[in-house]
Design a protein around this ligand. Structure first.
Ligand code: NDP
Length: 380
């Protein structure tokens, strides 16, 4: 296996799943950006053949003498692509955060690997291209996002032509009950305090704006090949029901489990088998309440952007994703307000030169353009 983003939230959960797999899952390569100390620590425990540090300057701080015997170091994104393609790798966990994850995920799909996909940005930016590539190379893409994993599991209950609607659940984040005025004054520390999930900083902010759900709508559109009209969102504060599929006869099939990423990670890594694993379990001896409520598009306008990008397709996903990444950075750095994130994304999405079927190069160009637009907006 190759674990891309092994030092992150999904990456470390993946290593817990590997550690509990009784030798079924063997890491060949672990990759991160700058966290060299954590990477060396992981190498000592898991003894991969390779560790890859993407950032050359950070790799300079690493002493290869600290690596265990049998583990080699590679530096930069190009060697990462080559190693991901190597015949020793069967499964690739794509858990790099943000647009940076597209490149190595593309290499894995191009090489026909089985990809456990956490990096939703890959499909948000280039869904049609990636899915066409997977069809050509025979690569399998299995979702790690808990919502898409739930949908993947629920879809096994009926024929694809029998699906009426797919409903993604959203926790609602830390600001579910906040007023519009309170949202405008929300601080990064408040936005980073997620009520049910422990995740990386970027996705935690996306969860607070509900942009995460917007990106997931786009991801679902391409991953499952469903028209956007069949996709919906419902707020479910307990994060126990991870998504629902409604079939034409009115039956709704859901997947439930405590909020713990180790379960969808294991599902993707061992698919189609189910085995005992390290994920948290329900305690059925205690009362459990499950609530559902419609999302509020006024206070969480990011959702509308997700529906729009899923419905228009083309370059919309890449532009929305890039604008959001840059806006989230601006919010975390104290440059813009919380409510500005969705506003700036809407403006960049509206103004972008739409392309119906962009190439990978065009997607990269539009990604850079959208980031520039946000920077200009922030500086005004
Ligand atoms: P984190 O910020 O916790 O971790 C990101 C990982 O990516 C780190 O290992 C980081 O390395 C690495 N990384 C960042 N940039 C690069 C780069 N240019 N090259 C190589 N490695 C890089 O993120 P999460 O684990 O929270 O999220 C990862 C992905 O999974 C995201 O796309 C997110 O949307 C998705 N996801 C996450 C969930 C979660 O529960 N966290 C749930 C569902 C999806 P370093 O430590 O050196 O910076």
């Amino acid at each position: 296996m190759a674990v891309l983003g092994s030092t992150g939230s999904v990456g470390t959960s993946t290593l817990e799943v590997i550690a509990a797999s009784e030798g079924r899952l063997v890491p060949y390569l672990l990759a991160a950006n700058r966290s060299t100390r954590a990477l060396v620590e992981q190498a000592r425990i898991f003894r991969p053949a390779w560790i890859v540090v993407a950032d050359a300057a950070a790799a300079g701080d690493l002493d290869v003498a600290d690596l265990p015997a049998g583990t080699r170091l590679a530096v930069g994104p190009e060697p990462l692509d080559d190693l991901v393609r190597s015949p020793e790798v069967d499964r690739v966990v794509s858990a790099i955060v943000g647009a940076a994850g597209l490149r190595s995920t593309w290499a894995a799909v191009d090489a026909g690997k089985t990809v456990a996909l956490a990096n939703k940005e890959t499909l948000v930016m280039a869904g049609p291209l990636v899915m066409r590539l997977a069809e050509r190379t025979g690569a399998r893409i299995l979702p790690v996002d808990s919502e898409h994993s739930a949908i993947h599991q629920a879809l096994r209950s009926g024929g694809f032509d029998e699906v009426e609607r797919i409903v993604l659940t959203a926790s609602g984040g830390p600001f579910r009950t906040w007023s519009q005025a309170a949202l405008a004054a929300a601080t990064p520390a408040e936005a980073l305090r997620h009520p049910t999930w422990s995740m990386g900083r970027k996705i935690t902010i996306d969860s607070a704006t509900m942009m995460n759900k917007a990106l997931e709508l786009i991801e679902a559109r391409w991953l499952f090949g469903v028209p956007s009209e069949k996709l919906g969102v419902i707020v479910h504060p307990q994060s126990i029901v991870h998504s629902l599929v409604e079939f034409v006869d009115g039956s709704v099939i859901a997947q439930l489990s405590p909020p713990d990423m180790k379960l969808p990670i294991q599902y993707a890594l061992l698919h189609p088998r189910r085995l005992p694993g390290p994920s948290r379990r329900f305690d059925f001896s205690r009362a459990v309440g499950l609530e559902f409520e419609p999302p509020d598009p006024q206070r969480f306008p990011a959702l509308r952007l997700g529906h729009e990008a899923a419905s228009r397709g083309g370059s919309c996903g890449a532009v929305l994703n890039a604008a959001n990444e840059e806006a989230v950075r601006g919010f975390l750095d104290g440059e813009i307000r919380f409510t500005d994130i969705a506003d700036v994304c809407a403006r960049v999405l509206d103004e972008h030169p739409f392309q119906a079927d962009p190439s990978l190069d065009e997607i990269r160009r539009l990604d850079a353009w959208a980031r520039q637009e946000v920077v200009k907006w922030v500086c005004v």
